[in-house]
Design a binder for this molecule. Structure first.
Ligand code: ADP
Ligand code: MG
Ligand code: MG
Length: 933
């Protein structure tokens, strides 16, 4: 049997195909190898596979047999290629040891540069290069990184030493330190290590190499890497690879430098070369945001030749990978090297723009474009901006870089911990810092925005904020954090004070400015129209299309949703209408009335008001179907409670308050949610639904008479048995008939039911005899299937999730195996009785991408969600169509395998285990089958 290959020299291993290569070599390693094969100038090196990382952790941190020999053989090959030897006292080879998993986790794991240098080699390097300053700088950087990462010396110790020597020499920048200063600093650093660890910095380069390899594999399980994977739902990848690569030096002098660039603007998506660089600096200087870098356009004037090479390479890479590239480069003495390329992270706006432009450029097809934009991206684009009206009066305190778009306002906090503390107290916070580092992740997540005083567009704060869709203003020089205070443009603020930032413009404002939601851009419209086409042309057996509706109770909501592209109203609740003060008193009079006549009299007063509400919604939807749910909440909720309410009602009825008390007592319920509500009300008080049906039909008639197209549907809530509908439906039909005859108008009004009680789902075949449509009320259905009170679940659900008793919050994503089972059963039974049964879901789940995927597979005709989720649902619906009907794997990103994994694990009632599970193909099996039911 051939021995398993654990180490790949750059340029090898291509034969296995791209996806596999990334799994084994990690994203960084795979792309370094790929670029080597494309003859792009990459410093040579080799990759230790991610499988070694997995084996290392499975085997109590022991490496697989033979690994050491394999690494040494590759090192030999590298030394031969470079014509230098690691640790050579005359002409040493220096290498970097870099982490890199299959999914990019920027800055989360460790990297060590300049490895192989020691007390002797530094002298050789100085002599050979004729640049002692450079050699000593390389050595001190190595000690600082190795000391921090491998020997776990706190970085502050080194920083203090460097600050104090700069102070003593009266200089500001690291680059102004002389070779003598640096030599002194090296001695100081070595002492610091001895002091903190009680051990010396290893001089033997092979000891250094293994120390670094161990540390990189170790960083896979460091706290921030684990947290990052958790937050980004990165599961199912083996571990990190380790890349050992010969060094190139951007800190060689003024003809050297280093930078980061993007083939398109990652903020706007514009097809413009974008990036930053620093001369005479090493990689981490740019990323860490310590010095503020130059714009890439400046390079064109500074060094036209290098700039042109870089442009050529970015064009080639973008064409090769068919996506926007994020590249790291270094120039050593006028020669350009590429150190990394990956598909660039981007804002929502950029994702949409890139997708639309790349289709126009014939770089990708429309389906690929649809899969490139995530629902989160769209969500981000609907993020608030500062209300333009408020902006005209607001004066900004200062302006920084517009690092991540959207506006945010919150109370100032200065640390991740403060952010989390305020956040747990239910406060909105805004994190203000000099710069951020990976330890701040937890605080960044809970912040409304991030404001930093140093660092560029590619600084940690900027990159992470963009990824999270959190507004960020970076590098705002007039922001000076001093302890627990911050001076912003001359004004002092303390913890807890409100500020507002605009990550799209970079402006910072005092106080709490009102935020507004932006319009949909033309690119977004084009993009979403492609999504609509994909959904409209989808076929599942006899079911054509997959629609997106909205939940809207008010005409303004319906209007907004319509603008966002909703194809109808899936749920219009009528209870708010009753809770409005003018109607409430009539309704209260109705429920305490002694006779049917008195009840009808009270309802008569509500009718015209309801009629007006319905008219508003119908006209907003311009002929699209609108499902109106008849009254649902427990009667209990309408009962007057306070003395004042009782007195008001008594006055209205012209009786003594005391007379009302026995009635009120009787209406009181112990468990109202399971009490006298929904269609139960229509069984006991048929007049209520009769009045509502009348108002609906009258409103529809009003529309018709005004030439407004209209398509009303009536929905009966909380049905548990077909017999309820058997009783209620004829009543409603009679009212409809009567009103239409009296008005002389023809109109078809569908009557359907909400399926939200498990019993109704189980008996759906019977229920369907009296229903033209089903709409799954998944909030209640989940609540009743689990017997989890939705309002009280917070007391135990987090623990359930933590212990993997449940994989996901069932109120967020549908519980496919339980609630989903009921839904599938109901759809199947219902369609057997009524093949044309239109089926949808309403409830929070309707805007959840994972649930939308399920709905498509379950043969559901439409999902209905809140207005702001509509664009996202249009996209998620299209992705569901593509992912479930296109043969072959379409979307190979590890993190998007989520749905499948959660589902598989759920099938076995097992927790989702990430490490060992194989990435399943996205499609095939579940194929188009779902639709045939
Ligand atoms: P991260 O994942 O944090 O970006 P990297 O492994 O990419 O870590 O490295 C950190 C920095 O060091 C980057 O700026 C990178 O370009 C630079 N770097 C890594 N390897 C080399 C090398 N062989 N020569 C020069 N610079 C390097
Ligand atoms: Mg990198
Ligand atoms: Mg309900």
């Amino acid at each position: 049997m051939a021995k398993k290959k654990n180490v790949y020299f750059f340029g090898e291993g291509k034969a296995e195909g791209d996806a596999k290569m990334k799994d084994v070599l990690g994203g960084k390693g795979a792309n370094l190898a790929e670029m080597t094969s494309l003859n792009i100038p990459v410093p040579p090196g080799f990759t230790i596979s991610t499988e070694v990382c997995a084996a290392y952790y499975e085997n109590k941190k022991k490496y697989p047999a033979g690994l050491e020999e394999e690494v040494l053989a590759n090192l030999k090959k590298l030394e031969k290629t470079m014509g230098k030897k690691l640790g050579d006292p005359e002409d040493p080879l220096l290498v970097s040891v870099r982490s890199g998993a299959a999914v990019s986790m920027p800055g989360m794991m460790d990297t060590i540069l300049n490895l192989g240098i020691n007390d002797e080699a530094v002298l050789g390097l100085a002599a050979k290069t004729g640049n002692p300053r450079f050699a000593w700088d390389a050595y001190r950087r190595f000690i600082q990184m190795y000391g921090g990462v491998v020997m776990e010396v706190p970085d502050t110790a080194f920083e203090e030493a460097i600050t104090s020597i700069k102070k003593a020499r009266n200089i500001n920048l690291d680059k102004d330190l002389s070779d003598k200063d640096l030599k002194e600093l090296v001695e100081e650093y070595k002492k610091i290590i001895q002091h903190h660890v009680g051990k010396e910095l290893p001089q033997n380069p092979l000891d250094q190499l293994w120390g670094a390899i161990n540390a990189v594999f170790g960083s896979w399980m460091n706290e921030r890497a684990i947290k990052y994977r958790e937050l980004n739902n990165i599961k199912n990848i083996k571990g990190t690879a380790v890349n050992v690569q010969s060094m190139v030096f951007g800190n060689f002098g003024d003809d050297s430098g280093t930078g980061v660039c993007f083939s398109r603007d990652p903020s706007t998506g514009k097809n413009e070369f974008y990036g930053e660089y620093l001369m005479n600096a090493q990689g981490e200087d740019v990323v860490a945001g310590i010095r503020t870098p130059e714009k890439i356009a400046t390079l064109e004037t500074e060094n036209k030749k290098i700039y042109q090479q870089l442009v050529d390479i970015k064009n080639r890479l973008q064409k090769h990978f068919r996506d926007m590239q994020d590249m790291e480069f270094t120039v050593q003495q006028g020669k350009l090297f590429i150190l990394q390329t990956r598909n660039g992270k981007r804002t929502g706006a950029a994702a949409v723009k890139c997708a639309v432009d790349m289709v126009a450029e014939k770089l990708i097809d429309k389906n690929t474009a649809i899969l490139r934009v995530t629902p989160e991206h769209l969500d981000q684009m609907l993020h608030p901006m500062i209300d333009p009206a408020a902006l005209t009066n607001a004066r900004s305190l200062t302006q920084g870089l517009n690092a991540s778009p959207g506006a945010g306002c919150g109370r100032i906090v200065f640390s991740a911990k403060e952010a989390e503390d305020w956040h747990t107290r239910g406060e909105k916070v805004l994190l203000v810092r000099q710069d951020t580092s990976p330890e701040d992740i937890g605080g960044m997540v809970v912040s409304q925005g991030i404001l930093t005083s140093t660092g560029g567009m590619t600084s940690h704060a900027a990159v992470v904020a963009r990824g999270m869709g959190t507004p960020c203003v970076a590098g705002a020089k007039d922001v000076q954090v001093q302890g627990k205070k911050v001076n912003i443009g001359g004004k002092t603020f303390k913890e807890g004070d409100w500020i507002t930032i605009d990550g799209s413009s970079g402006f910072v404002y005092e106080g709490k400015l009102p935020l507004a939601v932006p319009e949909i851009s033309d690119d977004m419209k084009t993009f979403l129209s492609w999504c609509d086409d994909v959904r409209a042309s989808s076929v599942r057996g006899s079911i054509k299309g997959f629609e997106i509706r909205t939940n809207a109770d008010q005409p303004e909501d319906a209007k907004r949703a319509f603008d966002f592209g909703a194809q109808g109203v899936g749920l219009c609740r009528t209870e708010h209408m009753f809770f409005e003060k003018e109607k409430l008193i009539h309704f209260r009079a109705m429920i305490v009335a002694d006779t049917v006549e008195k009840r009808k009299e009270a309802l008569r007063k509500i009718l015209p008001l309801q009629r007006k509400d319905f008219f508003g919604i119908f006209s907003a939807m311009e002929g699209r179907s609108v499902i109106i749910r008849l009254l649902d909440p427990p009667l209990h909720e309408f009962v007057p409670q306070t003395k004042k309410e009782i007195a008001e009602l008594a006055a209205y009825l012209n009786i003594k308050p005391a007379k009302l008390l026995p009635k009120i007592e009787k209406l009181h319920e112990i468990n109202p949610m399971l009490g006298h509500r929904g269609c139960r009300l229509a069984i006991t008080y048929p007049e209520i639904y009769d009045m509502q049906v009348e108002a609906i039909v009258l409103a529809a008639v009003d529309c018709i008479k005004k030439n407004i197209p209209v398509d009303p549907e009536i929905m009966i809530p909380i049905v548990v048995t077909a017999r309820e509908l058997k009783l209620i439906r004829p009543n409603a039909e009679a009212v409809i008939k009567q009103v239409l005859e009296q008005e002389g108008v023809k109109l078809k009004v569908k009557i359907g039911t909400m399926i939200e009680v498990p019993r109704a789902a189980l008996r759906a075949g019977h229920v369907a005899k009296y229903a033209d449509f089903f709409s799954f009320g998944t909030n209640d259905l989940t609540q009743m299937t689990f017997a989890f009170s939705r309002d009280d679940v917070a007391s135990f659900l987090p623990t359930y999730l933590q212990h993997q008793v449940l994989d996901v919050d069932p109120f967020k994503s549908i519980d496919e195996e339980g609630v989903g089972f009921l839904i599938r059963n109901a759809v199947e039974q219902g369609r057997q009785v009524n093949p044309n049964l239109n089926v949808g879901i309403c409830g929070e789940h309707g805007g959840d991408p994972v649930t939308i995927d399920f709905c498509f597979r379950a043969g559901i005709n439409y999902v209905s969600c809140s207005p702001y989720r509509v664009p996202l649902a249009r996209l998620a619906g299209a992705q569901a169509v593509i992912n479930n009907t296109t043969p072959g794997p379409v979307n190979k990103k590890a993190s998007t395998g989520k749905t499948e994994k959660v589902r598989k694990a759920a099938k076995a009632d097992k927790p989702v285990k990430s490490a060992k599970a194989k990435t399943p193909g996205r499609t095939g099996k579940r194929g188009t089958k779902a639709g045939t039911r």
